[in-house]
Write a protein that binds this ligand. Structure first.
Ligand code: ADP
Length: 646
């Protein structure tokens, strides 16, 4: 087939423009990205050849090779990995995996500031255009004889040509490097960034060696480069020999003794595994011995990656078996509520011929998982005890994920409950349940909470009035998952967790209750006819109208009987899962002067005002009004009639 020209997707073109014209700092990371791709390609082939022996004869020949050419001003990175078919080239190299304009816009702005983050966007290959104005990729899929040449100068299109790759399977990426100094001359802001690396020569052996050492030292395959060396011969003359030099130590970091690995090495490994930037907030490196033997390195990231909240992957651990890479994102190693953890597990007890299906049922994997969960939860516990500000940062990033463990994994509730943090009425700081319990007032029966959409809304909730008067602390829950968390966590330290909107909230002592009963009975008989009339007017909307001791300031509030709360109903509705609305109880505050007045009003007015009070109760709890227009009209009418006194 002759040469074919194809256009880039609009977003890809935009991204390439950005690469080629605007990104000047950290340009050296292109090498890390291309070496990582080469290493992934070899790992894939190594894995596939476990089950298909026809694919490769000699796995010890795996290598990544750098070939700089100062005269041609090119740098070539080649691997003998799995390679790509023509279709795969189009799919992988011509399009951006994360479409969706929102994430793309975010990606662009973040890349401008931090080009080194490119790996986490899944577009590492394009970083080649930070240093090259033309890139050629020649690839051949293992097990085939057809090769493909892809080439682009990032101008909006690329060409494809069929040609076998002389070395067989694998991929060769040739970078036609930008003229030296062009980047800094172009760069409008290079002086500001003060980046001394803009003039790096990527055909220089020493430069390449130091970049490989810095970013790719633990890559499991040799990264080779031809270097020259002067050798002194017996007759004292020197001869220049050309030989292969391996640039990386290939040390499997996880197999070294945990005490020997430095935090810098861990930070590099974290970036390599997660394709993220930054450093881990916490590193867990351990070897398990006994019934099951494995080694694991786990990282709790210090930051949330850019698409963390939109991703649907439930796991982020890589699985190795006897040092052989088996798979990324191995779902069975950690439960979904720990999906913020990055890292890897190397087991010596599993068979190399595993598949995702087998792993699901494997008893060894279940044991590994149990051990990893314990390690992560213990590490978080330590962090909370020894570095509270650090833990609060972790919580702000990943607390909402961790909380899912309460409803999803009952066996870990005991541990997770001590890791929870909440906003509360007692303090501006986040509080744990233990701290709450330690602050409980004598006679306080439960741990009280209220759920809602925003802090400002629930802080003003009328349900808080009574508790505030008694000096009881209330946890303010605003995360989407909180309604489920509270159904999974019935009590803590033998104290029941109670929603302050529930109708069986008992706040008083026996004596107080007696006195309250008196007052209530009195009010009930006093307002009997009013309550009946209000009930008749609201019979479609509320199940009952009750005199209540809950309120001290507001005239009314709505409470739910049973488990489902208004917040949960609203949340289910917003997710398109309407659950039948249960009628609720309207509680009235007998101390509010309004009812005294209403008692004297004609029955029709009592009904109208009951309607108004009901709508107010809905507004107070953050629910939508059924008919806002009618409500406004009623208020206006009320104002007109009130103004007649002026
Ligand atoms: P990422 O590696 O994060 O997926 P890249 O833009 O670096 O993003 O690469 C896109 C895809 O192109 C890779 O997922 C892989 O399928 C393919 N690819 C890139 N480089 C190679 C290579 N050297 N050999 C085989 N496939 C490759």
């Amino acid at each position: 087939m002759t040469k074919q020209t194809l256009s880039f997707q609009a977003e890809t073109k935009e991204l390439l423009d950005l690469m080629i014209h605007s990104l000047y700092s950290h340009r050296e990371i292109f090498l890390r990205e291309l070496v990582s791709n080469a290493s992934d390609a070899i790992e894939k082939l190594k894995f596939e050849s476990l089950t298909d022996s026809k694919l490769v004869a000699n796995t010890s020949a795996f290598e990544i090779r750098l070939t700089p050419d100062a005269d041609a001003h090119t740098l070539t990175i080649s691997d003998n990995g799995i390679g790509m078919s023509r279709d795969e080239v189009v799919e992988n190299i011509g399009t951006i995996a994360h479409s969706g304009t929102k994430s793309f816009v975010k990606m662009k702005t973040e890349l401008k500031d931090h080009p080194e983050m490119i790996g986490q966007f899944g577009v590492g290959f394009y970083s080649a255009f930070m240093v090259a104005d033309r890139v050629t990729l020649h690839t051949q899929k293992a097990g085939t004889t057809e090769g493909t040449i892809w080439e682009s100068d990032a101008s909006g299109s690329y060409t494809l040509e069929n040609a076998p790759r002389p070395q067989g399977h694998g991929t060769t990426v040739t970078l036609h490097l930008k003229p030296k100094g062009e980047a800094s001359a172009d760069a409008t802001d290079s002086a500001e960034t003060g980046d001394s690396q803009t003039n790096q020569d990527f055909t220089d052996n020493w430069t390449l060696k130091s970049i490989v050492k810095k970013y790719s030292d633990f890559v499991a395959f040799p990264i080779k480069m031809k270097t020259t060396r002067d050798v002194e011969k017996e007759d004292k003359t020197t001869e220049t020999v050309i030989e292969d030099e391996v640039l990386n130590s290939q040390k499997a970091l996880w197999l070294r003794s945990p005490a020997e690995v430095t935090s810098e090495e861990h930070a590099d490994f974290f970036r390599h595994l997660s394709r993220e930037w930054g450093e881990p907030a916490k590193t867990i490196h351990f070897k398990a011995e006994g019934t099951i033997e494995f080694t694991s390195v786990l990282y709790i990231p210090a930051q949330k990656s850019f698409n963390y909240d939109n991703q649907d992957r439930n796991s982020t651990l890589s699985l190795y078996i006897k040092r052989v890479f088996i798979m990324d994102d191995c779902e069975n190693l950690l439960p979904a509520y720990l999906r913020f953890v990055r890292g890897m597990v190397d087991s010596s007890d599993l068979s190399l011929n595993v598949s995702r299906e087998i792993l699901q049922k494997d008893i060894q994997i279940t044991r590994i998982r149990k051990s990893l969960v314990g390690k992560v939860l213990n590490a978080l516990k330590d962090m909370m005890a020894s570095d509270r500000p650090g833990y609060e940062k972790f919580w702000a990033n990943f607390g909402a994920t961790l909380k899912e463990g309460i409803p999803l994994e009952p066996t870990s509730v005991e541990k997770i409950q001590d890791l929870l943090l909440f906003q509360s009425t007692a303090t501006d700081q986040q509080t744990s349940l233990r701290e709450y319990v330690d602050r409980m007032k004598p006679g306080q029966k439960g741990i009280y909470y209220v759920t809602g959409e925003s802090l400002s809304q629930i802080k003003n909730s009328p349900y808080l009035e009574r508790l505030r008067a008694k000096g009881y602390e209330v946890l303010l829950l605003t995360d989407r998952v909180d309604a489920w968390v509270t159904t999974g966590l019935n009590k803590y330290a033998d104290k029941p967790l109670q929603s302050i909107t529930s109708d069986n909230l008992e706040l008083s002592s026996e004596d107080e209750k007696k006195a309250e009963d008196e007052i209530r009975k009195e009010a009930e008989s006093k307002y009997k006819s009013l309550i009946e009339n209000m009930q008749a007017a609201l019979k479609e909307k509320v199940s009952e109208i009750k005199v209540s001791e809950r309120l001290t300031e507001s005239p009314v509030c709505l409470v739910s009987s049973g488990a489902s709360s208004a917040h949960l109903e609203r949340m289910m509705e917003s997710m398109g899962q309407a659950i039948p609305k249960s009628k609720r109880v309207l509680e009235i505050n007998p101390h509010h002067p309004l009812f005294e007045r209403m008692l004297k009003a004609p029955q029709l007015k009592q009904g109208e005002w009951a309607e108004l009070l009901y709508q107010q109760a809905l507004l107070n709890e953050g629910s939508k009004l059924e008919n806002p227009v009618q409500f406004s009209k009623q208020i206006a009418d009320l104002m007109i009639s009130a103004s007649q006194q002026f």
